[in-house]
Ligand binder design. Structure first.
Ligand code: IVH
Length: 684
């Protein structure tokens, strides 16, 4: 008979381990154990708790999975009101904001904490004695809805604070969002089950969070970003700046935006705005602006509040990414692989900061699904540098003259038959390289910046080269000379010279670029890199069969078949031969690919030890970390991966909290040391 004490210890062990793996998976975005192992641990915990229900604690990871549905949400008053922010839409408004602040404070220069403005839902999380007790929506700012059960299901919300003496109340505030990838995934599921897709990640997050049945919330992938605190009681660290609060939250294993930092003066704010605008399309979540907050908490207090917004903060919003306009016509564009893409010709509209006159409609099914007709008023979306797209029609504004779109049965460029395979959404021209449009796109892709990077070879020029029969395949580019080129329209001798030089330069390339440039279907840059990295050699790659190709990470059956098909085509081999004969070259890697480190959770990471560890001496801990390829240093800096804190931790702990370095205890260190294989599954 096992005593309850031992069971309790085992439960604690399992909970600590699962919380640590969740943190790595959901917050650090770097899983450290295989899914199967994680699932097994989780099941052990569930079984044990089933046997001993009296030992279930509210911070157990099993308590995230959803509870019986509610009839209605209870009201939950906020102890500290949740305010809103004033908005700025122009540089002038930002400069004026900074001026107001400087004048009110009587200083020459102000330091701001700057961060992305998440496009999701504001929530408040209240920790009582270090354990997540209540969670609420913003509501009217004074009273919100009690959505504790739903919030508990979000894996990036810690169920307990990490290393605090943790007495009293501690309220964390932030935004629940849905990552762009999770949004795509959810909509795919919605379509598969014939349910209405969500319009954008914000709506999807809102719809998922405000469910009376928390099991539905649990089935959706939501993410919580912390951006501040509300009420907090004694026993907590004392903060003097907003940046310290964010660092503290990061040290407590909350997800805090990697783009949060400080900036000085209006110049610093505007530089940050521009930087984040550029970064926006590549961020994993949607943002609708940036937020500037006076960093010093003393200064914040001096500035105070006007009506319902703080005077010390402002949101600088991005221009709207959606606008409505008239769909004048639908034209067909022929792509590199023969795909016929319906393209909307639009009445000019200002959206996402530029004037847009055309937008993609993706394919025939999308036009049907969105029920778009020619002549409709449509909503156009342009997000960052992404190609503008037609999101929806506004049927209420449909005119009597609107007419449906019909996909043509023939390629509009070469007249070949256009076919749509049973499992595909795309209709393709069957003309292959007979079709000038496909040839042209193949050459343009070959020359593009991320492929062979031939500067000066744009659409107009490609049109002429193909139409005049000077270029049939990319290999023909290396036969062009100044004489031939100078005869073309809009091609002075100087530009002809420049182009020939650019073509010549492109001969020194890299294997990944070359593979990408070939334009093999389904082979983007990342796959090209994986292929080059794994084979190290073009000849080798060209002779692999689909089965062998599938052994390469990132390469599934469809991609493998497409690569094998491409290289088995005699014509393609001929073009590659010609390219190599014209002097194309790249450096062969001089050492084979390194194997993955045995323990990714430790190897290459920097640890700092502080305080007295319960079971190991510091020297023991140090040597075990080093054995696994980790480094142990004596002081905490931004390069530190983890601080391991024992009892009576010293200034190193404080420093970790200041810098937002994750703090782990000895148990968690032991868990990291036990990990011996990386989770490489990518199909989730
Ligand atoms: S601070 C006093 N920081 O924007 C207000 N808010 O109008 C404190 N939001 O509903 C808010 N990202 O949900 C702050 N980094 C960020 C934010 C952010 C998004 C939302 C917030 C609020 C709205 C303010």
């Amino acid at each position: 008979m096992v005593s309850e004490k031992t069971i309790e210890e085992r439960l604690k062990e399992l909970r600590t381990a699962i919380a640590l793996y969740d943190f790595h998976y959901y917050v650090q975005d770097a899983p450290i154990i295989p899914d199967a192992e994680y699932d097994a641990l989780f099941r052990s915990l569930q079984q044990l708790e089933q046997q001993y229900p009296q030992l279930i604690t509210p911070d157990s990871p099993t308590q995230r999975v959803g509870a019986p549905p509610l009839k209605a949400f209870a009201q939950l008053p906020h102890q500290t009101p949740m305010l809103s922010l004033a908005n700025a839409f122009s540089e002038d408004e930002v400069t004026a904001f900074d001026r107001r602040i400087r004048e009110a404070l009587g200083v020459d220069q102000v330091e701001y904490a700057v961060e992305p403005k998440f496009d999701g839902l504001a929530v408040s999380l209240v920790y009582e004695n270090g354990i997540l007790a209540k969670g609420a929506t913003r509501g009217d700012g004074y009273t919100g809805e009690d959505i504790t059960l739903n919030l508990r299901t979000i894996p990036s919300i810690p169920l307990r604070l990490q290393t605090l003496p943790a007495t009293g109340l501690f309220e964390v505030r932030g935004e629940v969002i849905m990552l762009k990838t999770d949004f795509e995934h959810l909509n795919e599921q919605q379509r598969k089950h014939d349910e209405k897709p969500f319009v954008n990640p914000r709506n999807a997050a809102a719809g998922s969070l405000r469910q009376l049945d928390s099991c539905i919330t649990a089935s959706r992938r939501l993410t919580f970003f912390a951006y501040g605190i509300g009420t907090y009681h004694a026993g907590q660290p004392v903060f003097s700046a907003h940046s310290e609060i964010l660092a503290y939250l990061a040290s407590q294993q909350f997800l805090v935006s990697q783009q949060s930092r400080t900036a000085t003066g209006a110049g610093g704010l505007l530089a940050y705005y521009r930087e984040i605008s550029t970064l926006r399309p590549s961020l994993p979540y949607e943002i609708d602006g940036v937020v500037y907050k006076v960093n010093d908490l003393g200064q914040q207090e001096t500035l105070g509040y006007i009506s319902r917004a703080p005077r010390f903060a402002i949101a600088h919003k991005f221009p709207a990414q959606e606008a409505s306009t008239e769909l004048l016509a639908i034209e067909i564009q022929v792509g590199r692989t023969g795909a016929l893409t319906p393209v909307a010709r639009l009445a000019p509209v200002f959206v996402g900061g530029v004037t847009v006159t055309s937008a993609t409609l993706h394919n025939e099914d999308e036009v049907q699904r969105k029920q778009i007709m020619i002549g409709d008023t449509v909503i156009v979306r342009r997000a960052g540098d992404v190609i503008p797209e037609v999101v929806a029609a506004i049927p209420e504004r449909r005119s009597a003259h609107a007419r449906p779109f019909i996909m043509p049965g023939h390629c509009p460029v070469c007249g070949s038959k256009a076919v749509r395979l049973p499992d595909e959404a795309v209709t393709r021209c069957t003309g292959g390289l007979y079709c000038p449009a496909q040839r042209k796109q193949a050459v343009l892709h070959f020359a593009s910046r991320r492929a062979m990077d031939i500067d000066g070879l744009g659409e107009k020029l490609a049109d002429q080269l193909i139409d005049r029969g000077l270029v049939h395949t990319p290999a023909d580019l290396y036969r062009l000379n100044v004489g031939t080129l100078a005869g073309l329209e809009r091609m002075a001798e100087k530009s002809a010279h420049n182009l020939v030089t650019a073509i010549e330069h492109s001969k020194h390339t890299t294997l990944p670029r070359f593979i990408y440039a070939l334009g093999i279907r389904h082979v983007g840059e990342a796959t090209a890199k994986a292929l080059a990295g794994q084979t190290g050699d073009l000849d080798h790659l060209m002779n692999m069969d689909a089965g062998q190709l599938q052994q390469i990470p990132d390469v599934g059956p469809v991609v493998a078949q497409s690569i094998a098909d491409f290289f088995s085509e005699a014509h393609n081999r001929e073009v590659i031969g010609q390219l190599l004969n014209s002097g194309l070259q790249w450096q062969k890697p001089d050492h084979p690919r390194q194997l993955l480190p045995a323990n990714p959770a430790v190897s290459g990471k920097t640890f700092v030890l502080t305080g007295t560890l319960p079971a190991m001496t510091r020297d023991q801990a140090k040597s075990r970390i080093e054995q696994q390829g980790g480094k142990v240093t004596g002081s905490v800096s931004s390069a530190t991966s983890y601080v391991i804190a024992g009892s009576d931790p010293g200034s190193k702990y404080t420093k970790a909290v200041e810098l937002g370095i994750p703090v782990l205890d000895e148990n968690q260190l032991l868990l990291l040391l036990q990990i011996n294989s990386a989770d490489k599954s990518e199909d989730s």
